[in-house]
Ligand binder design. Structure first.
Ligand code: ARG
Ligand code: ZN
Length: 466
């Protein structure tokens, strides 16, 4: 492995680049450390993400025809090598790659399952920023998650519902498909005139020519791949700016408009309330996409602009909006920690209800605790759901929220709120782990809380409360 670091770059680059790269790639164990890994090290999804580089920016240019369901794409990734790379992987499922360059030079590539294995003409040196351009095309479709739900590019009768948690991003663009690696994005989306293509962040502009409309979107703050969207449909669009200067863009399928209107309208007041509870809203843009996608069965907290498969109720809007702080801004480093997303977003629903004339969080907690030991709520502990099949199971949401309520009871309301805010602001647009959250809660409260978290997050079965 040391050999590459000893080789002078100019020698590698100028004299025998192809031979050296081939040699290193073929050298097996001797070349370890010069090829990127096929996964990010997530035990639930071993092939999700890759190692050896960090993506800084995705530039995605897509054209989609809902009639033929054909997608033509070009992805330009700007990445930094975290080790010398003779070879590295991207994640991409299905679709056909038609051309691939690294720093504008044609590179070798092959497909192996969801891995797109790239061999650049010359090794990319550690610390270097490099650019990968992938041209691809095909008929995208979703993957089926371990829990049976569709995930990724999900065609609808008038476009596509595009959601990627936990794995689906690789069904429509090549990338480093794990929340550990966040990046900024530019989207250039072309769809037939009359359809609207909605992505994350701010709309820079749109133009129609010869029957096609191109929408340009920019997501500046770092985003995990699963939170990217390019949802296409026949939408009614409403744009405005909140009192806090946040740009709001709502897109609503006319079939859902009547039910959606009274809920979607409350976004500014929900954002204000959550900003008071959790600290400043982490992004410059916001909004909602309400699609009509009866085959989906869930909503997703797509960054800046949650995506609903039908008109949401207010509690769901509160939940997806809370994810902007918990999950989108403060992101997972491992899917095992999913309760940091779902437990927090669920607890936000409880807090919202409590402060808006609904049930108290205590009543919510008590009702859940009264469920029999055989209930699905106690099927597994939320701190380690055990596999990808349980990521979105009841314990992750409800018992995750119960863990937070138990914390609140132990430390008191004021300290609890300080902990939530410190979590959201201290890890803003970054990452967090359960261990870090436990340490933060102990620091802010000056108490030993390991026992409490062990009980609520890691102990199988219904907790025995003394
Ligand atoms: N994170 C979404 C929520 O707000 C749920 C996503 C479910 N996705 C899935 N593939 N089952 O709760
Ligand atoms: Zn959620």
């Amino acid at each position: 492995a040391r050999r590459t670091t000893v080789l002078d770059r100019t020698v590698v680059g100028a004299i025998v680049p192809v031979a050296v790269a081939a040699l290193l790639a073929a050298a097996g164990p001797a070349a370890a450390g010069t090829t990127g890994g096929s996964g990010a090290g997530d035990p639930y999804f071993p092939l999700a993400g890759n190692s050896g580089y960090d993506v800084r920016h995705y530039g995605l240019t897509l054209r989609y025809d809902p009639g033929s369901r054909r997608l033509d794409g070009r992805a330009v990734l700007t990445a930094r090598a975290t080790r010398d790379l003779t070879r590295f992987d991207l994640d991409l499922r299905g679709l056909t790659v038609t051309a691939l360059t690294v720093d504008h030079v044609k590179a070798g590539f092959r497909r192996r399952g969801q891995e797109l294995v790239v061999t650049p003409r010359r090794p990319v040196h550690r610390g270097r920023t490099f650019r990968v351009t992938v041209a691809y095309a095909g008929t995208p479709g979703p993957v089926t998650d371990p829990d049976g739900s569709p995930d990724g590019w999900i065609p609808t009768d008038d476009g596509a519902f595009v959601a990627g948690e936990p794995q689906g991003a690789m069904t429509w663009f090549p990338g480093n498909n794990h929340p550990r690696d966040k990046a900024s994005y530019d989207f250039t989306l072309t769809v037939p005139e009359g359809r609207t293509a909605v992505a994350n962040g701010v709309l820079l502009g749109s133009r129609t020519a010869r029957g096609w409309t191109t929408f340009r979107w920019r997501q500046t703050e770092p985003m995990a791949t699963y939170l990217a969207t390019a949802t296409i449909g026949t939408f009614r669009v409403h744009r405005y700016t909140t009192r806090d200067g946040i740009t709001v863009y709502d897109a609503v399928d006319p079939r859902e408009a009547k039910a959606a209107a009274p809920v979607v309208r409350q976004l500014p007041s929900v954002l204000e309330w959550e900003s008071r509870m959790f600290g400043p809203y982490p992004f410059r843009a916001a909004g909602s996409v309400v699609d009509h996608a009866p085959n989906v069965g869930y909503a997703l907290e797509t960054q800046t602009r949650p995506l609903y498969d039908s008109a949401p109720d207010l509690s769901t809007l509160v939940h997806e909006t809370a994810h902007q702080w918990f999950g989108d801004s403060v992101s997972l480093t491992s899917w095992k920690d999913i309760w940091l997303n779902e437990g927090f977003a669920t607890y936000a629903e409880w807090l919202y209800a409590e402060q808006h004339g609904g049930r108290s969080a205590q009543a919510e907690f008590d009702a859940l605790l009264a469920r029999p030991a055989s209930d699905a709520l106690w099927e597994f502990p939320p701190g380690d759901p055990g596999s990808g099949a349980h990521l979105f199971g009841t314990p992750v949401y409800a018992r995750g929220a119960m863990a937070l309520h138990a914390l609140r009871r132990a430390v008191g309301d004021r300290t609890f709120r300080r902990i939530l805010r410190a979590w959201a602001t201290g890890h803003r647009t970054g990452h967090g782990t359960t261990a870090q959250f436990v340490r933060l809660a102990e620091r802010e409260s000056g108490r030993h809380l390991r026992g409490l978290f062990r009980t609520w997050l890691y102990t199988p079965g219904r907790p025995h409360l003394s």
